[in-house]
Design a protein around this ligand. Sequence first.
Ligand code: MEV
Length: 304
Amino acid sequence: MKVKTSAPGKLMLFGEHAVVYDYPCIVTSVSSRIYVEVERIPGQFMIDAPQAKDLRFVEETVKVFSEKYKVDNKILIKTYSDFSSKFGLGSSSAVTVALINALSKLYKIELSKQEIFDLGYKIVLNVQGVGSGFDIAVATYGGTLYFVTGGKVIKPLLIKELSLVVGYSGTKADTTSIVKTLKSKIQISKSKYFKTFKSISQIVDAAKITLINGDWKKTGGLMSQNHKLLQELGVSTGKLDKMCQAAVVAGAYGAKLSGAGGGDCMIALAPPERIKKVELAIVEAGGEIVNVKNNSQGVKLEKI
Ligand code: MEV
């Protein structure tokens, strides 16, 4: 028997970094997906993942799953991706969630979405040691989520597809090391950083309402404010700042970095008739446009 599943990548809309410290964030799934195929084989487990940058998540998922559910791991795992792992769109979390789902189908173990999230989050912490779990949540549930650290709150937000432009800054960010560096800076100046986190959380709560109401102008303004606070945290780069500024000058409602910072992508919210202009401005600022839509379905069975 062969089982094929898939899970979506993600874009952080609001609240990165603060969400590591018990504050909320808003994350959306993207149309690009990771596909996983599993089948039983006679020998030890094998992985065929030509595009994967990092096999630790696949290996840890097999280990944790087979220990927890007492199943053998004589399987062949193949993974494919619609998108490059260089963009920071959550390929590790998507592969983890898709693989948990595929293994549960292969071994006929019923798992709820909550159980997939819990297992996925444990795997992320085993591999990285840090992380809020927002990416595991959105790969599992899909759509757009209001999320609090560790899954304390996972609330779907019913919002329309966003008129977003995503620009890759040309540098791959190392999320774990950025989160750890910030953690050590916080030890030195706790009140300063927590004040910024609090301001970020107020933006997240305001954005929750403007997104639901489809008030794009206000949502864009909140994105630019969130970016300023991320600059204060010291996680932006000159290139990301330049791309965000170019997007706003070209008519975007607002723009911000998306994710850990230090590279990866920025996002801009723009009126549909300005999208082309904003894309051009981002390219002129040295960015590469990543074509994804938001709000796609969470983990799903593709074929059995
Ligand atoms: C990284 O994409 C987002 C961070 O908030 C880390 C996390 O929430 O796990 C920086």
